[in-house]
Design a protein around this ligand. Sequence first.
Ligand code: FAD
Length: 470
Amino acid sequence: AAAADENDVVVIGGGPGGYVAAIKAAQLGLKTTCIEKRGTLGGTCLNVGCIPSKALLHSSHMYHEAKHAFPSHGVKFSQLEIDLPAMMAQKDKAVSGLTRGIEGLFKKNKVTYVKGFGKFVSPSEVSVDTLEGGNTVVKGKNIIIATGSDVKSLPGVTIDEKKIVSSTGALALPEVPKKLVVIGAGYIGLEMGSVWGRLGSEVTVVEFAPDIVPSMDGEVRKQFQRMLEKQKMKFMLKTKVVGVDTSGDGVKLTLEPAAGGEQSILEADVVLVSAGRVPYTAGLGLETIGVQTDKAGRIEVDKHFMTNVSGVYAIGDAIPGPMLAHKAEEDGVACVEFIAGKEGHVDYDMVPGVVYTHPEVASVGKTEEQVKALGVSYRVGKFPFMANSRAKAIDDADGLVKILAEKETDKILGVHIMAPNAGELIHEAVLALQYGASSEDIARTCHAHPTMSEAVKEAAMATYDKPIHI
Ligand code: FAD
């Protein structure tokens, strides 16, 4: 039996990976402690990621709709203003309510919460410099590293969170910048660019690669980029930032074509650096206990999430796989199930990805490019929201559903949706993929009318037969 002060499970990091692992462990009857240095639970996602960004995306969308869409719906008013402090306060209220909620869940499930910075002194002991001051050693039979990730810096670009901001600074700008330059056309850059663009910034996105969001299906990506351009977002692809001058009022970026060539200057009031994220394991003492990482700094784990050091596990953004909150949560549950002697399984091919712009883009499974590369014979079924009655009724009909199915068996290989609520619509497809469904399975399932979901049914019909409404 464990000594009174010894835990079955110690989790380092209280993000979606760590806090979910801790709650699940406690639910499985394991004595559990979670160590978090931030002072609040929920990690990157809740404090400076998913949640505050979605709050601002919603608020800015409301403003944008009021300005551009309400009149055509016959809703008129004489004055429309942005109250940025109130918008930020609403975001902060959402964040603080949710982080306190997790503290409540810890209490309910009897997870011990230690506030402080943890560092390995042995494979079963973590020394914690507590936020109150002082130090305590937390012992555990199993230790889960859930320390997440941090912003990837760009050489020569120093983030001051004022003129040159990371996503964290971009979530708390004190005023709407006239000109915002976003470096990196990944989902975080496009989401934050959308927020400020809707509130009035001129947004230019500079991207080294030839495409925005490289993981996206090519055909969907093209339409998506067109949508963003319609919203006045400008793109400079195949372009690199080679110099930054912050000496004047704003920022002057020196740009160069990715392949080399003539330089140009781009001026901005604020520059957002969103060129990716890297695992965060600084000061954790991985070297002390000999935990292996790969070239990208990600902790290597086996299929039970165990590192090369017995009893030490790792999950979430700190290990390979999609850097997404729901993936971290799945990792956390599966890892703890293994520790408790049960089976756990996470299939990274079934992890949906969503870009929460307007329209949203959501996908699961393979892109058409990936299916081609596999050499599988396939069929494509597509259905545009222009032909969907609900989308027309609400006058928000940009986008499509695209389904890829194996030609011979009709098994669904990938689903890509661009729609205002694609992030919700995708789950029917996730479930279908998880169950190994065929597109005919979706097509023969009764979908309520009038809903956007009917477009998923019609796209499924289009893979092996004909849709009705186009
Ligand atoms: P984290 O959430 O990073 O949590 C790790 C925690 O560990 C942190 O709180 C950190 O303080 C703590 N920690 C680190 N080291 C120590 C230590 N030595 N001792 C004690 N504590 C430590 N994902 C989505 O799925 N959907 C989204 O919409 C989405 N939007 C995002 C928007 C933005 C702007 C950003 C930045 C990210 C977004 N993400 C989104 C990604 C998501 O936030 C991450 O994938 C997720 O937070 C990873 O969870 P995690 O538990 O692995 O790590």
